[in-house]
Design a protein around this ligand. Structure first.
Ligand code: TIU
Length: 225
């Protein structure tokens, strides 16, 4: 594969074309607290299997993307240990007895440095891969992601991770407004709610790809060969 030669991936609403040197794989919030059976997501009563089915396709895609020598970035949702970056509205939302910053099943919930906040071992970042710690749902809000992408000459993003309608959708919308093309891979994104998985992807590709493109990881793997 030529890093500077356009690659075409079958996608909806029409094929996604990218130049590998200018395209990064952005893996959103594949954190233990969202995905593991003993995590915060599961504690709230969510079915983590809907998210766990994305692990294997992400693992294969990540391996192929790394083998091709392409750029990878990871994000994690979470807050400073002193919670100074946690909006009071976010802390109290949901009226749960256990909230962000409290001690949960895998350390303090969504607090940086705690075991549950970290990325699952199957997709653990390499030291060379930037990890963006974000306080919000979108990966551009209050982070240096845009600067990193600009410094690395990245124009397009292949977006995977969790959850489809929350952090993935918010990030894709933020990226779209900043001029990036986004391809979202259906088998590599997951939601606790099947109907939101379906509609979260429909919203991205509707109206001629209003926010981006949708495809399957197999189509990217074929294109990387
Ligand atoms: N990463 C992400 O999507 N954070 C969430 O809180 N998602 C939910 O679906 N709750």
């Amino acid at each position: 594969m030529d890093m500077y030669h356009t690659v075409v991936v079958e996608a909806e609403p029409y094929p996604f074309e990218f130049v590998p040197a200018h395209c990064a794989l952005l893996i959103i919030d594949m954190q233990r607290d969202f995905l593991e059976t003993g995590g915060f997501g599961a504690m709230l009563g969510n079915d983590v299997s809907e998210l766990r089915r994305t692990i294997e396709p992400n693992r294969k895609l990540l391996a192929a993307w790394r083998a091709a020598g392409l750029q990878v970035m990871h994000t994690r949702e979470g807050h400073r240990p002193d919670l100074t970056d946690l909006p009071p509205a976010k802390k109290v939302r949901g009226r749960s007895t256990t909230c962000i910053g409290d001690v949960g099943p895998m350390g303090r919930i969504l607090v940086r440095g705690e075991p549950g906040h970290d990325i699952i071992p199957e997709l653990y970042p390499l030291p060379t891969e930037p990890v963006i710690d974000k306080p919000g749902k979108g990966a551009f809000f209050a982070t240096d992601l845009h600067a990193i992408l600009q410094n690395r000459d990245i124009k397009q993003l292949i977006v995977t991770g969790v959850t489809t309608e929350v952090c993935v959708n918010t990030t894709v919308r933020e990226a779209n407004d900043r001029g990036y093309d986004c391809l979202v891979l259906e088998d590599c994104v997951g939601s606790y709610f099947p109907q939101f998985q379906e509609m979260g992807l429909q919203m991205i590709k509707a109206q001629g790809g209003i926010f981006g493109w949708v495809s399957q990881s197999a189509n990217v793997l074929i294109a990387l060969k």
